[in-house]
Ligand binder design. Structure first.
Ligand SMILES: *[C@@H]1O[C@H](CO)[C@@H](O)[C@H](O)[C@H]1NC(C)=O
Ligand SMILES: *[C@@H]1O[C@H](CO)[C@@H](O)[C@H](O)[C@H]1NC(C)=O
Length: 445
């Protein structure tokens, strides 16, 4: 129950509401003043999660794999055609993965930014962010007033009720004074500028839906002390300390994180917890961190079975230790990522998560005790032997070992059912542009 400070009289209604809450989720929610506003948002979030949950996750993994095959075929035939032509051609678009091919090869990305809303793949593929809303330009990189943010700041934009496509007037370093509470139907689009969040607090997507965060750097983020923070034009409330993650996705649906560079934060780099679902984390470059990604934070919340997350085309790089990701309860498609460094293990989990490892490259560290890609946590072998953790077309290097577990028991994973992933030997090409990219207006990115 830590996190609750009832420092004012509370109505009976609120008391009753509070009483029926799933206290596990709420006590970690950093909400010090749990009022009707947050209760409404929580209920809406739960309904959205139920609507977003895909009853046939294999359909989603198949269509992801199909899209990768298609994109690579297009790319190599474009390459062949161009090779035969005259020399003035500046080279074919190098975007080999289907997410990037959707927008990066186009000169007009800066005037047609909302095209990105069609480009997601995987469980977060229906995320459209601020599509259909106005473009909002961040002109002021400061964050002095978390209670009454000024127009022109990022904080002012992300708390608005309407959809907004948020871009940046120039390169900037943003030091968030407290966690940034991002509302529904927003895109934070850092293309065309070098946008870095450093030395301040985290980005939080809490009880919200439909959020894209794209092409920014996040590093050295720390715990925020909490206090009164505005989360919408009509509402501000007391918060406890924030965690010091890079991005925290809490009770939220349809979230797509793409082309982020993440390093060295106080807690996790990306947390997706509290019944969040419909999430894709793609094209990110992650470095210098211990607990990298956490999917589900509680062994005692079986409602987290609703989590469906795609982790694709990321580069798990230098200085990483463990949790890439660390999973509980849900369904996780970990596909075509490059794991070049880990010190303890790459993928871990507890509470019977389903982990489909497709076409990744796993390069084990020299340490003989750390060759296992996976780590089962908090269960005896007799139990975890039944968890469905499947490796297919992964490239295992330097002695890396992935021991499959589980059968086809609860869900169908027949060979006939599956579209094979693109195999792990293609991963260096698929992830070559992971992380935040410098994109220039008027040129393909
Ligand atoms: C995305 O939306 C389409 C159309 O509404 C739906 O059929 C599909 O299941 C959704 N995909 C995911 C992954 O939720
Ligand atoms: C894991 O797989 C390796 C070969 O890939 C095998 O040598 C080893 O015995 C397996 N370990 C377990 C616990 O099954």
């Amino acid at each position: 129950m830590e996190g609750f400070q009832w420092n004012r009289p509370v109505s009976l209604v609120l008391y009753v509401v509070f009483f029926f809450l799933s206290s596990a989720a709420v006590s970690e929610a950093n909400i010090a003043e749990y009022d009707e506003h947050w209760e409404q948002r929580r209920l809406q979030a739960r309904a959205a999660a139920e609507a977003t949950y895909h009853p046939d996750p294999v359909e989603v993994t198949n269509s992801f794999n199909r899209a990768v095959h298609r994109a690579m075929k297009e790319e190599s035939s474009a390459r062949r055609q161009m090779l035969g032509k005259h020399h003035r051609f500046s080279g074919p678009c190098m975007a080999t993965n289907p997410i990037d091919r959707c927008w990066r090869c186009r000169k007009d990305w800066a005037t047609d930014r909302m095209r990105l809303a069609q480009c997601a793949q995987g469980f977060g593929r229906n995320t459209t962010g601020g599509l259909g809303g106005k473009i909002y330009i961040v002109t002021d990189g400061s964050d002095d007033d978390v209670l009454e943010p000024r127009p022109g700041t990022l904080r002012w934009g992300v708390i608005q009720t309407e959809p907004l496509w948020i871009i940046f007037a120039r390169s900037m370093l943003i030091e968030l004074k407290e966690e940034l509470l991002v509302g529904s139907d927003k895109t934070i689009d850092g293309r065309g500028a070098q946008v870095r969040f450093a030395d301040g607090c985290q980005i939080t997507v809490q009880y919200a839906h439909n959020v894209i965060i794209h092409n920014i750097h996040l590093n050295d983020l720390i715990v925020g002390k909490g206090g009164r923070i505005r989360d919408s034009p009509q509402h501000a409330g007391f918060r406890t300390q924030s965690d010091g993650d890079g991005v925290s996705v809490f009770g939220s649906t349809k979230v797509w994180l793409d082309h982020l560079s993440l390093a060295n934060c106080q807690d996790g780099l990306v947390d997706v917890i509290a019944e969040s679902t419909g999430v894709t984390i793609s094209n990110c470059h992650l470095t210098n961190h211990n607990d990298v990604m956490l999917f589900g934070s509680s062994d005692s919340n079986p409602k987290d079975e609703i989590m469906q997350i795609t982790v694709a085309f990321n580069h798990f790089g230098r200085g990483l230790v463990q949790r890439m990701p660390r999973c509980r309860w849900g369904f996780f498609h970990v596909v075509n990522n490059d794991y070049t460094h880990w010190l303890m293990y790459a993928i871990g989990g507890s509470k019977n998560p389903t982990i489909i490892s497709h076409g990744n490259r796993y390069i084990a560290p020299p340490n003989l005790a750390a060759k296992q890609v996976t780590k089962q946590i908090g269960a005896a072998e007799a139990e975890w032997r039944n968890w469905v953790w499947h490796s297919q077309e992964d490239l295992l290097m330097n002695g890396a070992v992935f021991n499959n577990t589980g059968g086809d028991n609860q869900r169908k994973f027949d060979q006939n059912d599956l579209i094979n992933p693109k195999d792990g030997s293609y991963v260096t090409r698929l992830t070559r542009f992971a992380g935040s990219m410098p994109c220039r207006t008027g040129k393909p990115c």
